[in-house]
Design a protein. Structure first.
Length: 112
């Protein structure tokens, strides 16, 4: 099993969610996060004062999948979110040793 963590633009989330459902991804965890990278933020003026906004809003999407589904899910996320500009996001993959469903103690891929 593999955990996919994708940090993406908020405007792309609905498209990613729909595309993942189409390829068979059922469950996901979504968080609103803020971060900085090469995009570096921007400055804004509010009531005559200039402010630097360096932590930009992003969406963090977390999904744990069987190994057979990982490549298709990653390709789907990339195809929907890629614009070719700085700030498109990142995808992190991690191995998951075990999953346990609390309700009935199912383990492994069946617990997903």
């Amino acid at each position: 099993m593999t955990k996919i963590e994708a940090v993406i633009q908020p405007s792309r989330f609905d498209s990613v969610k729909d595309a993942l459902r189409e390829v068979g991804v059922d469950g996901m965890t979504v968080s609103e996060v803020r971060g900085t990278g090469r995009q570096r933020g921007h400055t804004e003026v509010y009531r005559g004062n200039e402010y630097t906004v360096d932590l930009l809003p992003k969406i963090k999407l977390e999904v744990v999948l069987s190994d057979e589904m990982v490549d298709r899910a990653v390709e789907t996320i990339i195809s929907v979110t890629r614009t070719g500009r700085i700030g498109d996001g990142k995808i992190f993959l991690s191995r998951i040793d075990e999953v346990i469903r609390i309700r009935n103690d199912e383990r492994g891929v069946t617990a997903l």
